[in-house]
Design a protein around this ligand. Sequence first.
Ligand SMILES: N[C@@H](CCC(=O)N[C@@H](CS)C(=O)NCC(=O)O)C(=O)O
Length: 220
Amino acid sequence: MIVYGSTMSPFVRKVMAFAAEKGIVPELKNGGMGRGGPEFEEASPFRKMPGFRDPGADKGRDFCISDSTAIITYIEAKFPEPNLIPTDPIARARTVWYEEFADTMVCALGGKLFFNRFVAPKVLKIAGDESIAAAAEATELPPLLDYLEGVVPGSGFLVEDRITLADLAVCSPFVNLDHLSVVIDPVRWPGTAAYVAAILARPSFAPIIAKERAIVAAMA
Ligand SMILES: N[C@@H](CCC(=O)N[C@@H](CS)C(=O)NCC(=O)O)C(=O)O
């Protein structure tokens, strides 16, 4: 299986960590931001990362799809164990909610910071708009952390007291904030700070994050 994109994207990172939790290591190939060419575009028609390809899986032809949620849905169905999207109706709905919360709210906020403070200046070599990043950090981040502080349970897992997609999705975008040295204040949000740190220390995330940190350091 091939995932196209960079794990610097929280969506790509989520897919790679999800696969790793199942003991799968998809090949990671370039895709997006002008890279990847026709092979990537076949998997992701609108050139967003991640794209995905499972060679020969569709009656002998390659199965291609994009969007992190679609990719994860496919991997979960193809490799059901260990289960990462609960089957209990309430637990499943909660898992989908947390993934949606992460994808739309946390990633949107993280994107404003990461694009303007990293992607624009370091990758695209254009000026980022610091006023957008600063406003997002000051006004959009605290309510998200307040919300998480209220829902993170003592077990350290959002759903069913075990690792699920909910934890992988919610914690993935915080890596981008960490790359920018935007930390979760452990005094104001102690439960959330400890929760995110513990999930990101898992073997499914830690090696990915270590590689990213080396890239960020090299680009500093
Ligand atoms: N809903 C999509 C979002 C994918 C997405 O927005 N990816 C960004 C990177 S974080 C991207 O490819 N941006 C480049 C572009 O829009 O051209 C998913 O879950 O995969």
